[in-house]
Write a protein that binds this ligand. Sequence first.
Ligand SMILES: NC(=O)c1ccc[n+]([C@@H]2O[C@H](COP(=O)([O-])OP(=O)(O)OC[C@H]3O[C@@H](n4cnc5c(N)ncnc54)[C@H](OP(=O)(O)O)[C@@H]3O)[C@@H](O)[C@H]2O)c1
Length: 367
Amino acid sequence: MSDTEYMLLAIKLAKQGCGWVNPNPMVGAVIVRDGRIIGQGYHQKYGELHAERNALASCTESPQNATLYVTLEPCCHYGKTPPCTEAILKSGIRRVVVGTVDPNPLVAGKGIQILREHGIEVTEGVLREACTKLNEVFFYFIQTKTPFVVMKYAMTMDGKIATHSGQSKWITGETARRRVQEDRHRYSGIMVGIGTILADDPLLTCHLSDSKNPIRIICDSRLRTPLNARVVQTVGDAPTILATCSQDEALARPYRDAGCEVLTLPSRDGSVDLRKLMTALGKKEIDSVLLEGGSTLNWSALQSGVVSKVQAYVAPKLFGGAGAKCPVGGIGVERPEQAFRFASPQITRLGEDVLLESEVLPCSQES
Ligand SMILES: NC(=O)c1ccc[n+]([C@@H]2O[C@H](COP(=O)([O-])OP(=O)(O)OC[C@H]3O[C@@H](n4cnc5c(N)ncnc54)[C@H](OP(=O)(O)O)[C@@H]3O)[C@@H](O)[C@H]2O)c1
């Protein structure tokens, strides 16, 4: 097998940590000696051993003179676990193949440098693009300290996210909805506006087996969330944060008593300041947020410059209705050249539906 093939295997291993390692990166490692795989591992859970140490622990024979393939540069600092560079040096590994450099300022090339200084041959950049894509959340979070926000919506082919009467269940089919569930596991938080709570009373949990629930964040400037809303009633299953501008302690108390967190933030144009909210969520180590709308909050999020990526699920249906909501409301831009712009989308077919995924180009949003 070639370096690329071993790295592909390491990426596949890394993905098994999806949803369990945040805010850490997903990392996979393979150890090869004389053309045979003698060990493999991945970072399984936040706070637990890194991929390199798991791979070394799994070795079926001595890793002396072996090659280590790892999707991300080995760490060289003491975090929750000791540096992986130490374990590699101790193991007798002779060559290390790295997918991508770790942008964490505590590492940022120093891990590779330490290995080279100790006579280990290091090859960098094997499947760099795929290894970077694997950890788009980690790379963003470690550099900005704010969550990677994915704006997700399901719409009809005439661009409606609900009928004129406000009903939106269901727009897409089962395959697309399953994919959304996987993303609820993948990302640390899920965010909606109070309009969506009042219209749909959603649970916002992940219904897949062997999965985790995202932390639910409700943008509710005036604390209008009903105390019998499902996001309040089920707080034992998944944490709920109510992001508000209300300073009224008496209003906040019943939510706190129910087990919700009430996060008071400054207002911007009369609603929760989303940039301040992202900073606050980052401090709580929430590295990623799936923004599930609705229309009013989506516009505000785009305008505030907090969105990193858009996922548009498109169903082969038409709702019609001049008053039926579209994914992004607000006032909208005046001229076509003022549009929010995206990279060329990745297109995935999901049953009868189509998913368009695209990164927001930085110049598109307010800086
Ligand atoms: N098909 C889909 O993918 C999908 C997904 C979600 C929702 N929906 C549909 O969308 C509809 C709800 O959308 P909506 O536009 O009425 O409501 P929304 O966007 O869910 O919530 C808007 C409300 O959120 C509050 N908010 C707090 N901070 C905000 C901020 N910074 N910017 C903007 N709003 C902020 C505001 O009320 P306060 O000022 O009182 O805080 C605002 O009125 C429902 O019909 C739902 O079924 C469809």
